[in-house]
Design a protein around this ligand. Structure first.
Ligand SMILES: [Zn+2]
Ligand SMILES: [Zn+2]
Length: 420
């Protein structure tokens, strides 16, 4: 067992009640993206009291705790804080008390994990050396938070990390962790397209440029991007989730608005599809004799989460030593994250992995019956991770991954070659 897991093992029972209380409190009091004031204060006050040097309001509500502990690499541990604009239907005693806002992605657990990991790291300083950056990130669900934090980073005098580590609770047997070298999460791009026409009476189409027909043709043509322009071995999705135009059956409106979402697993495919969306929308506008080109607004943009191979191998070795047969290689997920922005901005390796949050018996039964898809997943109003053992597993995984850089040559020898 690595020294940081050992340190956790000896104090987990003493910490568990405190962390569970924090988790339930955050769950009851969810906050929307970039408005996580209360959550940020709870996290910042906690690590400040532990002895961290704390920087608040890094990227609006973001918090960075710095712990310098001798020579060695600088390791960034990231947890996101925001909740979603939806109602919770779990029926849990600690359900959300805020109408229309709920922690249905599990970021409340991410905060509790990171607070607990911060405590173990400072209490067990003799077990490691290096610098730790504990990062509580706002606004993951809107892809704003990581960008906002790195934008404020240098001005706050914060050091860049040598490696960036992050994790997410997901559907999967509680007690297990899963990793993947390379792409683990898709890129996600959401775009609003406004198509301009010319309004007229419904009885006089010859005087109009009908944006309803233009939009209908555009939606159909957009569906040929994945089916005709992307190779079958390259997975991709393009969904038009919203199409709005007009108010009344006999008025040809002035414009139509389309909102679409794309998921891709390859930078080249992503670039091609972004270009194809522009091309198709503009060409359909020209085909309709539109008075001007469409307007494009980026609603959100999540880069690929493309784990560094070497750093992931290091994490995987440490995981296998810690978890044995409770660690496995994951498939890429179609979800998206802004986590990679830290590593991308500083050009340093990053590793993101998943921690199972489903009752193991429920999960095994669902696997046997091929009903895993029916388990309420992240963003479902019924998403409810089981806390035993998920709370402990997430602490173990975060500390174990960190130990691969902070405890070279110690314990299980998980840091390959023993170099920092
Ligand atoms: Zn989410
Ligand atoms: Zn999430």
């Amino acid at each position: 067992m690595n020294p940081l897991s050992q340190a956790l093992e000896s104090r987990f029972d003493a910490m568990a009640d405190e962390l569970l209380a924090v988790y339930e409190d955050l769950h009851r009091n969810p906050e929307l993206s970039m408005q996580e004031q209360r959550t940020a204060k709870i996290a910042a006050d906690y690590i400040e009291k532990l002895g961290y040097q704390v920087h608040r309001e890094i990227g609006v509500t973001g918090v960075v705790g710095v712990l310098r502990n001798g020579d060695g690499p600088t390791v960034l541990l990231r947890g996101d804080m925001d909740a979603l604009p939806m109602d919770e239907e779990t029926g849990l005693p600690y359900s959300s008390q805020v109408p229309g806002v709920a922690h249905t992605c599990g970021h409340d657990l991410h905060v509790a994990w990171l607070m607990g990991a911060a405590r173990v790291l400072i209490e067990a300083r003799e077990a490691w050396s290096g610098t730790v950056l504990v990062v509580f990130q706002p606004g993951e669900e809107t892809a704003e938070g990581a960008r906002a934090m790195v934008a404020d980073w240098d001005q706050a005098g914060l050091p860049h990390a040598d490696v960036v580590l992050g994790q997410h609770v997901m559907v999967g047997a509680a007690g297990t962790v899963s990793y993947r070298p390379g792409v683990i999460l898709s890129a996600g791009d959401s775009i609003e397209v406004t198509l301009f026409g010319r309004g007229a009476h419904g009885s006089q189409p010859q005087n109009s440029v009908d944006p309803v027909v233009m939009a209908a043709a555009t939606v159909l043509r957009l569906q040929t991007i994945v089916s005709r322009e992307v190779a079958p071995q390259d997975a991709a999705v393009l969904t038009v989730g919203s199409l709005l135009a007009g108010t009344k059956e006999n008025i040809i409106p002035e414009q139509a608005t389309i909102k679409l979402n794309m998921r891709t697993y390859d930078e080249g495919v992503r670039d091609h599809m972004l270009g194809a969306v522009q091309r198709v929308c503009c060409a359909e506008a020209h085909a309709s004799a539109a008075p001007k080109d469409p307007a494009f607004t980026t609603l959100s943009s999540y880069p690929l989460t493309d784990n560094d191979h070497e750093a992931t191998a290091r994490v995987a070795d440490a995981f296998r030593a810690q978890f044995g047969d409770r660690v496995y290689e994951s498939k890429p997920s179609a979800a998206s994250e802004d986590f990679s922005i830290f590593g991308r901005t500083w050009k340093v390796p990053y590793v993101f992995w998943f921690v199972g949050g489903t009752d193991p018996e429920t999960y095994a039964k669902a696997q046997a019956e091929d009903t895993v898809k029916d388990i309420p997943s992240n963003h479902s109003p019924r998403f409810a991770p089981v806390l035993d053992p998920t709370l402990k597993t997430g602490l173990q995984s975060m500390l174990t991954a960190a130990s691969a850089w902070l405890c070279p040559g110690q314990g299980d020898g998980s840091a390959q070659g023993g170099e920092a």
